[in-house]
Ligand binder design. Structure first.
Ligand code: GLN
Ligand code: ZN
Length: 760
């Protein structure tokens, strides 16, 4: 056996108690100044490094920390500042940096999109003809800080040039290699400076190598690393994750010191490539054997068998035991989880526990028999507890005989629904939530703590509903919502009311910027227990003659935004959730609600990274959605909503959901989706988001009109709806009302325009 070490790929930045988030938000709201922010964030950064050191990790990542997003950090480091932010960036670097991510009064924020198949969102770098130039060396600063403050010889982490460019926008495909070449001298500069500082290893992340890339592209990757290798002699670990690499043979031949592979997500394919083509004995193999995407302890026998397969191919290889990806995607520590069922508690491993697992595994694989047998015994004990649990009943297998077809085709439903609802052309609506003000959150917290009675809380929620029904009516919105004031989070709310879920106390993960989510844990059979949304929706409907949309989170989103057991197929869980949701849909219908929105914002992020695996996923995702929505009257209008992903490639599946109306986010990606409809017809109701809801900025009527008019060039006016990009829960009340007022005016202007064009 060669040398076995432990290495980590990235550590959560948010802190045990989300100190990172709190510091950022305090700075944005001017409660703390810049020096205070810098001090707070530095403290968090060092805590993370120290924990990794104390856990005994041999190669500790540095430079993975960020003030907002690590992709944005690279863009800024390379001088790729969008033109519209150049002034603010120059005047005040930190404010300018946040402006790119969040927008300012003068300019809309950069696009934000999901990081591969995760719920982490990155800021998309914009190429606008700038010549990339190294502005500062972030990895070097991080390396020196870790060295000086904690005596840690860190392993700086960089996003590789190929992946960085792949994730950027604003250039023609034909210019790809030209831009790649323009970045390489910058990477050389970064690496040479690190080398001079005494740094031995860097981790260069190239997750794009696990996507379906062409021969030509892998050859570009190869020349990229040749270029770097000819100019620096630092040890480079090319790190991949989230799936097996495409072009394995070429990847292992890259002129670098190590290759990191994911042996959890993409395990079978990576292992079989390894068996078939071997692994170069002069390279370190980064073996991702602990799941960086899930919260469960590793199953020792599974890990052991992967490890022995690797060893059988490369008996003398130097191996780094690693998480399968950065631990950014899991919560920090399970220290605070005292209130969980003992079984769940035992089964959990968050970031800190995973580091410990890695070190234990290293000792297990290299250690003496005593260590081996004690760890084995512990593992057996846990497996027994899990197997004997009554959490999931073995006899209740998922059957696939649910109702999946609407009674009539869309064209028929469309006529019936048009007659029934009598909506104006280009009807206006919103996505569901209205501002979750301090007051709303304070009341919910009081009620949760038992300091507010059920009746008082219900009265409070009803007051909010009433207030916003009136606001919507005054604004002249056509299809209303109740506002989701009773919900903390769109998945947690349903999880708490369905059977099969458990909730952690501190299981937060970063979603975008300072925003964190606390995914529920699906541990048992998911079942409908009782009505979840009927009371509030019915109340809202009782206050108005206009239709109120019922508002549910869809099965695929509930699945993708939860932590799910890894010993049960995801499809089975999705179908179970779908079956539970149809009960709620029908309950809403029975209560007189005639429009029901089933949100699926996470459907796209569950899409496998390789095209060959897409159909399998999409088939069951569509099946799950249809199970939860098909069994309704033909006049009941089913809506769905999606956002912040690239939907262009899955339009056919979106259409196959057979929802009567979909609302899709548009503005944050500068209308990219609109151009899709130039070539692909969409034949059901569709609302493209006419303004970005992530910015406090109130867009003008003209701006929104432009989006509408542009969309109407490619979408039929009979099918078109006008709505914001997403829910408004993170916005203030004043700006929400102002923006919606402009939205309604924009729709009215557009109606006049289509009216006049009809006369011609
Ligand atoms: N109905 C939800 C809301 O308005 C949808 C949120 C989302 O798409 N993420 O908040
Ligand atoms: Zn949304």
């Amino acid at each position: 056996m060669g040398d076995i070490r432990t290495s980590n790929l990235g550590y959560p930045r948010i802190g045990e108690k989300r100190e990172w988030k709190k510091a950022l938000e305090a700075f944005w709201s001017k409660k703390i100044d810049e020096p205070q922010l810098l001090a707070n964030l530095k403290e968090q950064r060092l805590i993370g490094l120290k924990k990794q050191k104390e856990a005994g990790i041999d190669y500790i990542p540095v430079g993975d920390f960020t003030f907002y997003d690590h992709v944005l950090d690279h863009a800024v480091m390379f001088g790729l500042i969008p033109k519209r932010f150049q002034e603010s960036y120059q005047n005040h670097t930190l404010t300018g940096y946040f402006d790119i991510a969040r927008g300012n009064d003068a300019a809309p924020a950069s696009e934000m999109t999901k990081w591969f198949n995760t719920n982490y969102h990155y800021i998309v770098p914009e190429w606008e003809g700038q010549t990339p130039k190294l502005q500062y060396n972030k990895p070097l600063e991080a390396y020196q800080e870790a060295q000086n403050e904690l005596g840690i010889t860190g392993k700086p982490v960089l996003i590789g040039p190929f992946t960085f460019l792949k994730l950027s926008k604003g250039y023609e495909q034909t210019d790809f290699s030209k831009h790649l070449e323009s970045l390489l001298p910058l990477y050389v500069e970064v690496l040479q400076q690190l080398e001079q500082a005494g740094c031995e290893w860097v981790q260069i992340d190239e997750p794009s190598l696990v996507t379906s890339i062409s021969e030509q592209e892998i050859d570009l990757v190869s020349s990229t690393y040749h270029y770097l290798n000819e100019r620096t002699s630092i040890n480079v670990m090319v790190q991949t994750y989230f799936d097996a690499v495409s072009h394995y043979e070429k990847v292992i031949q890259l002129p670098v010191a190590g290759i990191g592979l994911d042996f959890v997500h993409g395990k079978d394919e990576n292992l079989s490539s390894l068996q078939k083509h071997g692994f170069p004995s002069n390279k370190v193999l980064g073996a991702g054997i602990i799941d960086g995407r899930n919260i469960w302890r590793a199953n020792l026998s599974v890990v052991e068998s992967s490890f022995s397969e690797i060893l059988s191919v490369s008996p003398t290889a130097n191996i780094w035991l690693q998480p399968s990806s950065s631990l950014l995607h899991v919560p920090v520590t399970k220290k605070a989880e005292h209130n969980l069922d003992e079984l769940v508690q035992i089964a959990l491993a968050f970031a800190d526990e995973k580091l410990q697992e890695l070190v234990n595994l290293r000792d297990f694989f290299t250690g003496n028999e005593t260590i081996k047998s004690s760890q084995q015994a512990e593992n057996d004990q846990i497996s027994t507890i899990i197997q004997n649990s009554t959490w999931r009943k073995q006899d209740e297998q998922v059957t696939h005989t649910y109702y999946q077809e609407r009674q009539t085709a869309f064209s028929v439903r469309q006529q019936l629904q048009a007659k029934k609802f009598q909506l104006p052309p280009l009807p206006t609506t919103t996505i569901g939530s209205f501002p979750q003000t301090k007051e709303v959150r304070r009341n919910r917290n009081l009620w949760r703590k038992g300091e507010l009675t059920n009746e008082a809380y219900e009265t409070f929620v009803n007051e909010q509903i009433e207030k916003w029904v009136h606001i919507q009516e005054d604004l002249g919105i056509d299809v209303l919502v109740h506002g989701e004031f009773e919900r903390n989070d769109m998945v947690e709310y349903f999880g708490e009311k369905l059977a099969g879920f458990v909730f952690t106390k501190g299981g937060w993960v970063q979603s975008y910027g300072s925003r964190c989510v606390k995914p529920p844990v699906i541990f048992g059979d998911v079942k409908f227990v009782g009505e979840m949304t009927v009371k509030e929706t019915k109340y809202a409907q009782s206050l108005t003659a206009k239709p109120v949309k019922g508002m549910l989170t869809g099965p695929v989103t509930i699945l993708n935004w939860s932590f799910v057991r890894d010993d049960i197929p995801r499809k089975d869980v999705a179908l179970q959730i779908a079956e539970a949701l149809i009960h709620e849909v029908q309950a809403l219908e029975a209560a007189g609600i005639e429009m029901i929105q089933v949100d699926e914002p996470a459907i796209r992020e569950g899409l496998p990274l390789k095209e060959k695996d897409w159909d399998t996923y999409l088939n069951w995702a569509v099946e799950a959605f249809r199970i939860s929505t098909a069994q309704v009257k033909e006049t009941t209008q089913i809506h769905t909503h999606m956002c912040y992903s690239d939907f262009r490639t899955i339009i056919n599946s979106i259409s196959a959901l057979d929802a009567d109306v979909i609302s899709i986010e548009t503005s944050r990606s500068a209308g990219d989706i609109i151009s899709t409809f130039e070539t692909k017809a969409y034949d059901k109701g569709i609302g493209l988001g006419v303004y970005d809801i992530h910015s406090p900025r109130v867009p003008s009527v003209e701006e929104m009109e432009k989006v509408i008019n542009r969309a109407l060039e490619v979408l039929p006016k009979e099918l078109f709806w006008v709505n914001p990009d997403c829910g408004l829960k993170t916005r203030g009340e004043e700006e929400t009302v102002a923006a919606l007022k402009h939205m309604v005016q924009a729709a009215e202007h557009a109606r006049e325009t289509i009216g006049s064009s009809q006369k011609v």
